[in-house]
Design a protein. Structure first.
Length: 228
């Protein structure tokens, strides 16, 4: 069993509905929406493109998936996460934009969101005593040879390379795309996002605990911890 702490927009928000529809799964209810109607992509191909992010559910990472440390229990994690959430007030996430992140397409904020960065840093540091160390195999999967020295230091310290000053908030919409499909997907998703009504400020009122019940299985949104 693995755990992850994510930012998940309110379940009744246009942003949550858009993300779940694009990925084809609602991590909170378990519903599997039909593939979206995107120009240039049939339903089967789109499900292939979104297979990887669909397993994780629509989210923005705060603390990447991890196993609990020996002797730690899920109740300890919930208590620690509730404490972190209680120390921060709800905040507004600015309207996001569809952008290219390497071979992926994701939603990203157009401007820095210091409140979000601060919450992410606190989640990473305050919950880390409950995280089991990476196994050599887990560390190797992060391809440390391709990371900067700072990212490698973060990987060894916190189990994930993109934290603290290396943190860049994003909400993934696709898996890796080849060059021929990347531009088409970017344009199609930008149009769909504009038409969805989701490009609005989103009030973030909680932190979400996601759980992977078995290796390789889908992550489910298990609990929300109110901010403030």
């Amino acid at each position: 069993m693995r755990y992850a702490v994510y930012l998940a927009p309110p379940a009744d928000s246009a942003l949550w509905r858009f993300g779940c529809a694009i990925l084809g799964r609602d991590a909170q209810t378990g519903e599997l929406p039909a593939a979206p109607d995107l120009p240039g992509f049939d339903a089967e191909r789109w499900r292939q493109i979104t297979a990887e992010p669909r397993r994780y559910g629509f989210h923005g990472t705060l603390k990447a998936p991890f196993h609990l440390a020996p002797g730690a229990a899920a109740a300890d994690l919930c208590a620690a996460l509730a404490a972190v959430a209680g120390e921060h007030r709800p905040f507004e996430l600015p309207p996001l934009e569809v952008t290219a992140l390497g071979r992926f397409v994701a939603l990203t904020p157009p401007v820095p969101v210091p409140t979000l960065d601060d919450i992410a840093a606190c989640v990473v540091k305050d919950l880390d005593p409950l995280r089991a160390p990476l196994t050599p195999e887990e560390r190797a999967r992060r391809q440390p040879q391709a990371l900067s020295q700072r990212q490698t230091d973060m990987l060894d310290a916190y189990g994930y390379p993109y934290v603290l000053d290396e943190y860049r908030f994003h909400m993934t919409l696709t898996g890796p795309l080849d060059e021929a499909e990347h531009g088409h997907a970017l344009n199609a998703l930008a149009d769909a996002f504009a038409a969805s009504g989701a490009r609005l400020p989103a009030e973030i009122i909680d932190l979400a605990l996601f759980i992977e019940d078995e290796k390789g299985g889908p992550f489910r949104l298990a609990c929300r911890f109110p901010l403030g």
